[in-house]
Design a protein around this ligand. Sequence first.
Ligand SMILES: [Zn+2]
Length: 325
Amino acid sequence: MFVWDDHCGFELLPDAPLRPLLQPWLDANVSYLSINAYYDPVPWTRAVENIAALRRRLPIEVPETQIVSSVSEIDDAYANRKMAVTFDIEGMNALNGRLDLVQFYYDLGVRHMLLAYNRNNLAGSGCHDEDVGLTDYGRQVVDEMNRVGMVIDCSHSGFRTTMEAMERSSDPVIFSHSNPKALADHERNITDEQIRACAETGGVIGINGVNLFLGEKEASPAGVARHAAYIADLTGQENVGISLDYSPDLEKEPDAIENTFVLDLFDSHPEYWPDDAGYDGSIMCLHVRDLANVANDLRKVGFDQEGVAGVMGGNFRRVAERVWK
Ligand SMILES: [Zn+2]
């Protein structure tokens, strides 16, 4: 089956060995993966360093992957049994206030970018901050992303900011990894109004595999299917995809993730993860190997065969075909 995971957000550092990070997705035969290269709490130059590291070292350290720039290259990679890879950026701090960097990142393989990551930035508001809406600068970035062919991603962003970005964009807009608030009441999750607005752009909402956002004690394939079914009932099965967020295996890889760095970041920027929002040791994510079970559970909650293929990959692929240039 063609499987598209639209976001894995490991704490990437430029010197991290790449094989342990990617192995869970390779083992699970994922066809396409968007690797997170940056998020707003860290200096913007980290985006450049991470993308440079990925572009140079992925072909050497993980030759089963192929960095792609088009949907036809994804199809070629699939035919050659390689995992297609592009990059995503979580938050527009990565632009350092410069529109020019949208094209720059696109040319280096970034195919979707969040407006904000939990907190406000120059472009708009995060979901854990006061929502002041999309700024003038944010509108310019949306226009530039439309021009360049980079997909606008509303995950982690404030309600009003996302509604204004979806209104503004001439292309389909996604929530790469966000779940329905109706099923799990968390500020990272999204309302029915946001889901409908996303569907109206022709976009897709990727179901997040983290237990906190699924509203489960332990993240389960059935939980992912339940959230997918909710969106399908609200808008249509063509508006649902998968983005697990990360893999539990990574927590066992001290070499891959420098835990001290992550803890420093929690200490120096606690505002990104508010105390009362449940970001604690109980967080866990569905393992990517469970995606086969997700496909089975999608059938159980009413998706037909075509619907399952859409959720597992076809729907995000359709958005890429529409937007990427
Ligand atoms: Zn995220």
